[in-house]
Design a protein around this ligand. Structure first.
Ligand code: NAD
Length: 489
């Protein structure tokens, strides 16, 4: 008997949620969603097209123009958001089980993501009440103040890695600021998004404020139709850099507000004076947690030459001990990758890596898992900077290790990529840590630290990793108009 566990409350079909009603696609079209452990279809989801997006945007626009949500006091909206957080928290186990089943994420990590989703709502519930706006006075001449207003229907387009948490990261601020929304979840992992309608209804969110259209992204399908809809003035997108470029071009005729959280190939720079035990633990976690399907993964490790051999040996040994297993098992550290297409991509990069560098751990499917989307934690050493596995985002449990000699070389290697999302620096030299942080081309830097962040800090990348930042008041700024009012005194 397979040790794979299937939650017993799974739906077998998903519909869109438009204007408070669960509906099929107008043309009846559906697509299959696969269980990542068996790759068998386990549900069909409605596949949205232009007409479905039109209906969802019309419902959201009606709720924006004539519903109570945009005009409610921040305090009132905050209460609804806090209730959402409470419900998400109380359903954390169920949510994590669904997410674990649908994405292949290890259950312990899915539980952490569920808690984070609740926290996102609580955070923006607090922030919107504490919000204050600028006022300026030229004594005896003029006064100036800012009216902050919700913008309208926000289009939210999300990827398949940690889907529920990333949806909450957009829904929290979009709703807190009084917008109405149409969410287009990723087609590989639509299951957990199906919990939102029930959660929002129970929390008392007015009808039409939240809408979902499931489906694909390409031209004529849900994602593309949302981007091109004239009544959607802003798009918050998280996904691949290439998709971001397409969305950027498609939104251009309407000059839409865009927030783009895109791909990464983030460096972890380990200097010889670092706490090596801590650096190894953190860089193992940094690329193998969340199955390596993490935008901020430290997927390139740059190591100072004098500790290079020891680092590679210890790191590779530890990578071999990372436990691959069924996603629902508590001891699992790397579960099943999301989809067979993605596994094929990751495995093809592993084959490329074998021709470009020295394989020191993993290198394909793990023993004991002939089927499903399992990939062994894989380590390549001596990776040259022009190698494809050094330059391109693999988005799986694969890491490239490269030596350097000087601080200048470390920086040049760290910045030698089109991406600029995150960087991790390991050194006990305080000056060096701050100077390298200053010069590294990354939206976020962690010094001697794992990937933890305060929700008030900016989140986002530079170069091909993104456009704009969210997090704290930056999210509030993105989802609101700031109208300046000037008065002559
Ligand atoms: P993707 O770009 O393939 O898809 C993301 C979403 O966009 C999906 O919902 C998809 O249906 C939709 N989409 C695709 N084409 C579209 C189009 N032309 N118009 C509108 N929508 C379209 O990304 P993915 O494979 O789902 O996710 C993995 C990527 O996301 C990785 O590159 C990862 O680094 C990135 N990511 C970034 C962050 C961040 O915060 N920077 C966070 C998580 C993931």
């Amino acid at each position: 008997m397979s040790p794979h566990v299937v939650p017993d409350n799974l739906p077998d079909r998903l519909q869109h949620y438009i204007g408070g009603a669960h509906v099929d696609s107008i043309d009846g079209d559906t697509f299959d969603v696969l269980d990542p452990v068996t790759n068998q279809p386990y549900l069909t989801a409605a596949s949205g097209k232009v007409a479905d997006v039109d209906a969802a945007v019309a419902a959201a626009r009606e709720a924006f123009l004539h519903g109570p949500w945009p005009g409610m006091l921040p305090r009132e909206r905050s209460r609804v958001l806090n209730r959402i957080a409470d419900i998400v928290e109380s359903r954390g186990q169920e949510l994590a089980e669904m997410e674990c089943f649908d994405t292949g994420l290890p259950i312990t990590q899915a539980l952490g993501q569920a808690r984070r989703a609740a926290e996102n709502f609580r955070f923006f519930a607090d922030l919107i009440v504490a919000q204050h706006d600028d006022a300026f006075k030229v004594p005896g001449r003029q006064a100036n103040y800012v009216n902050r207003k919700p913008i309208g229907v926000a289009g939210l387009i999300t990827p398949w890695n940690t889907p529920f948490m990333l949806e909450s990261w957009k829904l929290g601020p979009a709703l807190a600021t009084g917008n109405t929304v149409v969410l287009k979840p990723a087609e590989f992992t639509p299951l957990s998004a199906s919990l939102w309608p029930g959660i929002f209804e129970e929390a008392g969110l007015p009808t039409g404020v939240f809408n979902i259209v499931h489906g694909f992204g390409e031209e004529g399908y849900a994602g593309d139709s949302l981007v091109k809809h004239p009544d959607v003035p802003l798009i918050s997108f998280t996904g691949e850099s290439r998709t971001g470029q397409i969305i950027f071009a498609n939104a251009a005729p309407w000059l839409k507000g865009l927030s783009m959280e895109l791909g990464g190939k983030s460096p972890a720079v380990v200097f010889a004076d670092a706490d090596l035990d801590a650096a190894i633990d953190a860089t193992i976690f940094g690329v193998f947690s969340l199955n390596g399907e993490r935008c901020t993964a430290g997927s390139r490790i740059l190591v100072q030459r004098s500790i290079y051999d020891e680092f590679v040996e210890r790191y590779s040994a530890q990578a071999k001990r990372v436990k691959v297993g069924y996603p629902h098992e508590k001891s699992t550290e790397v579960g099943a990758l999301v989809h067979p297409e993605h596994v094929e991509k990751v495995l093809s990069y592993i084959e490329i890596g074998k021709t470009e560098a020295r394989l020191t751990a993993g290198g394909g499917r793990p023993e004991g898992f002939p089927d499903g989307n399992f990939v062994a934690p894989t380590v390549f050493a001596d990776v040259p900077p022009d190698a494809r596995i050094f330059q391109e985002e693999i988005f799986g449990p694969v890491v490239a290790i490269t030596p350097f000699d000087t601080d200048e070389q470390a920086l040049a290697l760290a910045n030698n990529t089109t991406y600029g999302l995150a960087a991790y620096i390991w050194t006990n030299d305080l000056k060096r840590a701050h100077n390298v942080a200053q010069d590294v081309e990354a939206g976020m830097v962690w010094l001697n630290s794992n990937n933890v962040r305060d929700l008030r800090t900016p989140f986002g990348g530079v170069k091909a990793s993104g456009l704009g930042h969210e997090g704290g008041y930056r999210s509030i700024d993105f989802y609101t108009e700031q109208q300046a009012v000037h008065i002559n005194l």
